[in-house]
Design a protein around this ligand. Structure first.
Ligand code: PLP
Length: 376
């Protein structure tokens, strides 16, 4: 078995050479000048990425930790919240809030669709929530929601918009301040081209105001403490994953050099290529046309998708994702984020076509590759 696999999943993603080099550098202390300077610099870089003037807090935790941190710092037990359940990750936001005692009203959205503004408005009018929990890019279904429009509805009802941008940030447009988002959550292992292990959270002024009165229990994830450590001069309250911070600085420089808009454009072109290839294989895309993600393509599988992912992995050393929860076996998902290039997509398209053929679904690999290249 080769020790290198091409990761075409929605995270973790393949790492740029520069990141692998940075991860191998000698360990540094987290309480002396050099690291403090680095924290200041990565925070500035993250502010450009989030498009916010607010501090972006970097937590040593996976993205779920960042989701939990956002929720426990904004809310108090008994607060009414709406959870926009678009799939596995929308549902997870609701689960976290419920465990800490929020009164969670679930707005279940048909899989493959985004919530409509009318539906959210109606729910807000009825429930008058303190916060609306939602996912920008629902990784489990490949749906990208218009969180700018949804946040506007939240504001109308004086509710905080809490947005999981974990599989969007760096690959799909996100403008925290201009769109009036109150809490934005992200993680390291998706379009940011880093290993898993860092979570990011930023709050608007309104959200920091809410944090002052939040009584949900918190210790490690106390963001007021994290903010004051940061403002004291580039510190974190507890020992951070210093190697990941070093690598984060490297990717932030890479993104700044290439340009964030160019990164978005690259992801969009890959998505166009992937969608065209899947359709050329005669397959149906799972997400509704107007809400398709630029970082992940979800496809209705004509064979058991667990089998398909196995064959692609065993015979081509390429990892694609199956469906999760109720979509297990039914859809497959191709991640095209981070350092993904057309060549990686073409190899994946050919491998998927080959595996489908082996599993009894005859299709034209060459036509799919041609479609990917033409649409890119
Ligand atoms: N939110 C979204 C949209 C995700 O795609 C994921 C991971 O795939 C998470 C949250 C959770 O991230 P983690 O597994 O890093 O905790």
């Amino acid at each position: 078995m080769a020790d290198y696999e091409l990761l075409m999943i929605p995270g973790p993603t393949n790492l740029p050479e520069e990141v692998r080099e940075a991860l191998g550098r000698p360990q540094i202390s987290h309480r002396v000048g050099r690291f403090k300077t680095l924290v200041g610099e990565v925070t500035k870089g993250l502010q450009s990425l989030f498009m916010t003037s607010q501090p972006v807090l970097t937590l040593t935790a996976s993205s779920t930790g960042a989701m939990e941190a956002a929720i426990v710092n904004l809310l108090s037990p008994g607060d009414p919240v709406i959870c926009v359940d678009t799939g596995k990750f929308g549902d997870r936001l609701g689960q976290i809030a419920a465990i800490y005692g929020a009164r969670v009203h679930t707005l279940r959205v048909e899989r493959g669709q985004a919530v409509s503004e009318a539906e959210l408005g109606e729910a807000c009018a009825m429930i008058r929530p303190k916060a609306v929990l939602m996912v920008q890019n629902e990784t489990s279904t490949g749906v990208c929601q218009d969180v700018a429009a949804l946040a506007e509805i939240c504001r109308t009802y004086n509710a905080l918009s809490v947005v999981d941008a974990v599989s969007a940030l760096g690959g799909i447009p996100l403008r925290m301040d201009a769109w009036g988002l109150d809490a934005v959550i992200a993680g390291s292992q998706k379009a940011l081209m880093l290993p898993p292990g860092l979570g990011f959270v930023a709050f608007s002024e309104r959200a920091w105001e809410a944090a002052r009165t939040s009584t949900m229990p918190k210790f490690y994830f106390d963001l007021t403490k994290a903010r004051s450590s940061l403002e004291k001069g580039g510190e974190t309250p507890y020992t951070p994953n210093t190697s990941l911070f070093v690598a984060l600085q490297v990717v932030l420089d890479m993104i700044a050099e290439e340009g964030l808009e160019q990164r978005w454009e690259q992801h969009h072109r890959l998505a166009l290529g992937c969608r065209a290839a899947m359709e050329a294989l005669g397959l149906t895309l799972f997400a509704a046309p107007e809400v398709r993600s630029d970082t992940i393509t979800s496809v209705v599988s004509p064979v058991d998708s667990q089998e398909l992912t196995r064959v692609v992995r065993e015979q081509h050393n390429i990892i694609i994702a199956g469906g999760q929860d109720e979509l297990r076996g039914k859809i497959f998902r191709i991640g095209h984020m981070g350092i993904c290039e057309l060549g990686h997509l073409v190899m994946t398209v050919a491998a998927v076509a080959d595996a489908l053929d082996e599993l009894g679904y005859a299709c034209d690999s060459a036509a799919a590759v041609w479609a990917a290249e033409s649409a890119y």
